[in-house]
Design a binder for this molecule. Structure first.
Ligand SMILES: [Zn+2]
Length: 218
């Protein structure tokens, strides 16, 4: 079954997204052949790594559901992981069969015992560094629920929390600190936040992070 799962994972990753793009753009009048080819190559690379770690267990209906969602509704998140984490995380770690097998994601295990991948975990689309940790699999679920809206909402959230942090610090924080009311001019995240300080509040206050910290792993 594992060999068949691997074969189907590679084939479906390489063919379904590119085929969908071709079909949609052809229906609109001009088939995006070049982009379909680029997408096929990107997703072939993703499919090969996913198959190698056994990310999608196609012996189970849930494995099929997750793969189909990742190649259709949540495809922007899958492609995002394929063009970022899939390559970037190789700097810090190696794809882990133990953390990825049948779990619907490609998880890298860090080569070092400290630093990125140990203290700070990260998930980009369906690609992760450091394993489940406190709430990384919640981000995976959020991406699959919100599909093409997930990254735009996340990006917009960062803009809003960045502006709130800057406004608070400049308008109130500096004065309150000078008056001895506050110890820091900027807003601070809870101690549980993986990132602290000025940027920590901007990061922790985005709705997807608040939700993930509140609920842990699904
Ligand atoms: Zn998070």
């Amino acid at each position: 079954m594992k060999a068949i799962s691997a074969l189907f994972t590679v084939l479906l990753c390489a063919l379904v997204p590119a085929g969908l793009l071709l079909a949609v753009t052809a229906a609109l009048g001009s088939p995006a052949t070049t982009w379909a080819l680029v997408l096929a190559i990107v997703m072939l690379a993703y499919g090969i790594v996913a198959a190698w770690v056994g990310a999608y267990d196609l012996g189970s209906p849930l494995g099929w559901l997750v793969l189909v969602v990742d190649l259709t509704w949540s495809l922007p998140n899958t492609v995002f992981g394929a063009v970022t984490g899939l390559w970037l995380y190789a700097i810090w770690g190696n794809p882990s069969k133990g953390n990825s097998g049948g779990r619907g994601w490609i998880s890298y295990s860090p080569r070092s015992a400290t630093g990125f991948g140990n203290d700070v975990l990260q998930t980009l689309g369906t690609v992760n560094l450091g394993g489940s940790g406190q709430h990384e699999r919640m981000h995976l679920l959020q991406a699959r629920i919100f599909g093409p809206l997930y990254l735009p909402i996340f990006g917009l959230s960062y803009v809003v929390t960045f502006l709130i942090q800057c406004l608070f610090t400049l308008v109130l924080g500096l004065a309150l600190k000078a008056a001895g009311v506050r110890t820091s001019a900027h807003l601070n995240p809870p101690a549980s936040s993986a990132v602290s300080g000025f940027f920590g509040w901007i990061y922790h206050s985005t709705p997807f992070e608040e939700w993930a910290y509140a609920s842990g792993n699904p």
